[in-house]
Write a protein that binds this ligand. Sequence first.
Ligand code: SAH
Length: 350
Amino acid sequence: MVDIKSLNMEELNEFILSLGEKKFRAKQIYEWMHVKLAGSFDEMSNISVALREKLKSECAYTKLEPVQVLTSAVDGTKKYLFQLSDGNVIESVLMRYHHGNSVCISTQAGCRMGCKFCASTLDGLERNLLPSEMLDEIYSIQRDIGERISNIVLMGSGEPLDNYDNVVKFLELISDENGLNISQRNITLSTCGLVPRIYELADRNMQITLAISLHASNDDTRKELMPVARSYSIEEILKACRYFFEKTGRRLTFEYSLVAGVNDNVEGAEALGSLLKGMNCHVNLIPVNPIKERDYKQSDKKAIERFKGKLEKYGMNVTVRREMGRDINGACGQLRKSYKETVGLAEGER
Ligand code: SAH
């Protein structure tokens, strides 16, 4: 079966021609999928029934089904739990800001990176998401709210650079001027630091923002929190980041989840300040969102302010991430995990 929503214009042209159809049909179908956000071939009213039937027999039409939608009473954040055609579930989050609607998408079902504080990785990786599935996280939400999505962050479950080819294809499709045309400048890709992939991404010269999950200012502490630190040192990551900036001119973001007593001391802030000094970057401090499977604690307000102040002394541009949707299992992978646990339980009882 052809995964039709993952095809770019060129590939779709070729496919439609191979069915013995005229090329302009490809443009119509592309528009149905990527602009009008059709939920099925049957919605494509200017395509003949015969061609629709042919498409149905040759193609899989990716359509995510929401199995649960939670809306935060605090800030209007919406969490969607979507079911994929093979029964896997993934989560996506809509955050409403003054500057527009932002969606946080998952790039994999599960994750194999093993970061200690993260709920997405507790059960390992189920599988990579297809470009069409990542697109449909956004399409489904835009359809649901009837408003344009203007910003995307690849910060849901999964490591985007561990699903490199599909993620790059997704980025091309979502920013395509013939599709939803979301500016690459409004897209942030967050990675735990798969160095060779950062170089590859830089060479593609995409105008996206790269966010690096650093979470420590020395390799030993980083290894405690993130197994991936055994493969790549902070120095190697920063070198790749400088290359990314040289190639793209895009300012980098460094994410730093503050865990009480682990990485939130003043010495750490000083070390981070001197590591990043002179780099065109922005530091985003994330008070760790505790998950029940681990006993990591959030740094208190004073520690956060002290950490921030130290970094600012080094001339850093620092923000503290506002917690959104705390009342609805806000942290990465928590909703999916709790859903899987309840469904698993129900099945076990039968
Ligand atoms: N795999 C990507 C995307 C992960 S999620 C990456 O590693 O960057 C986006 C960010 O949230 C990452 O910085 C991740 O380390 C962080 N994160 C995950 N779980 C968290 C938690 N419970 N509390 C705080 N930050 C968390």
